[in-house]
Design a protein around this ligand. Sequence first.
Ligand code: C5P
Length: 230
Amino acid sequence: MDGVKSDQIILALDVDTAEEALSWAKRFRGKIGTFKVGLQLYLRNGVDVLTGLQRLEVPVFLDLKFHDIPQTVGQAVRAVSHWAPRFLTVHASGGQEMMESAVSHAAKETSVLGVTLLTSLSEEAVRAGGWKGGVNETVGCLSELARKAGLAGVVCSPHEASKERSAWGAVAEIVTPGVRPPGTLADDQARSKSASEAIDAGASRIVVGRPILKASNPEAVLEAILSGRG
Ligand code: C5P
């Protein structure tokens, strides 16, 4: 299996404080392509974190997964656009018009990505939620809406990466969280694969959080991912 390039890795900064987040970013700056700020960190200390990451001049993935009426999402995207994040997420289930509004309010440096189905949702959970077509059909429909809305790509599980790559063509962003090195804990991820399997399947980037943040030797985990063993 081929290795994974450092630029293809997104580190999920799922920690509580700006200090912790910035120390991870300093530790892995230049070794990991992008640093992801999600709700946990943004709601506690978003301004400090984003200011600090901007000072470190590292690309930021602002993963706030907006989902509301088009006007509200557009204004939310506008409210964060001065940070000029490299990536920003919206829930594709918010509909085409909502996604179009996000794209039209985003900074020019920002690629808006559509979250199809959360990688924590199993087949049963998806059907129980009313998506009677199950994971594959639902991801396919949501992803088509994202394409029509002019998004730069989608977030999906590694299991859907190959189908999504065929649907989107070569240049789109297919970002896959739910990445787990072989033999490690799945945590709450229900549809996971290893990093190199995700890239081989067509992902352009992978999101990794707990496998690095909770490791006794995070550098060794990164090394394993880069060399195709993770
Ligand atoms: O710790 P772990 O590697 O599971 O982290 C995965 C990250 O990716 C989390 O920050 C989570 O919010 C995010 N994510 C996800 N599934 C999606 C979209 C984002 O797990 N569909």
